[in-house]
Design a protein around this ligand. Structure first.
Ligand code: HEC
Length: 142
């Protein structure tokens, strides 16, 4: 047991050290988009290409809408087509949506875009959309 203690301590530190965005990702997104954001080809799109999306015109707003309102309909990501349904996550707070997207962008998409703020999330929350309308607002990024 004594020899195990340092490991238990380190595991605890690791859990504590996870950023709020990383924790939110494991709890809400990982089951579909996978631990490293690579998705499952044909079923769940990857999140590794999102730097292109966030840098495109309207891309920041689109990413916030996907999380708040979900997404439904055909889209092409990195040459693969998807026609699934992503559920909405309206229950997350503005701050949580911002933390979550910033984690995804920085970690999986290696994006240097300026971080998404809780104010930007609040602005999109004031304009509810259907998951199909969210898809129509996607910037034309393949
Ligand atoms: C139940 C499975 C599921 C969960 C959980 C889920 N997603 Fe999705 N996600 C999908 C599917 C399916 C699509 C594609 C929808 C379509 O085909 O229209 C998608 C699409 C996306 C897209 C659009 C990518 C693009 O290039 O336009 C983003 C961004 C995204 N998800 C982020 C997230 C985040 C962040 C979370 C956690 C809050 C999350 N997803 C949770 C299934 C899921």
């Amino acid at each position: 047991m004594r020899r195990l203690l340092p490991f238990i301590f380190l595991a605890g530190l690791f859990a504590l050290g996870q950023s709020p965005g990383a924790k939110l990702y494991s709890a809400n997104c990982q089951s579909c988009h996978q631990a490293t954001g690579q998705g499952i080809p044909g079923a769940f799109p990857p999140l590794t290409h999102l730097d292109k999306v966030v840098q495109a015109k309207g891309g920041r707003e689109y990413l916030i809408r996907v999380v708040l309102y979900g997404l439904q309909g055909p889209l092409t990501v990195e040459g693969k087509t998807y026609n699934g349904v992503m559920p909405p996550f309206r229950q997350l707070k503005d701050e949580e949506v911002a933390n979550l997207l910033n984690h995804v962008l920085a970690t999986f998409a290696k994006s240097k875009a300026k971080p998404i703020t809780a104010q930007e999330v609040k602005a999109q929350r004031a304009k509810p959309l259907s998951p199909q309308e969210v898809l129509k607002s996607r910037p034309p990024v393949k």
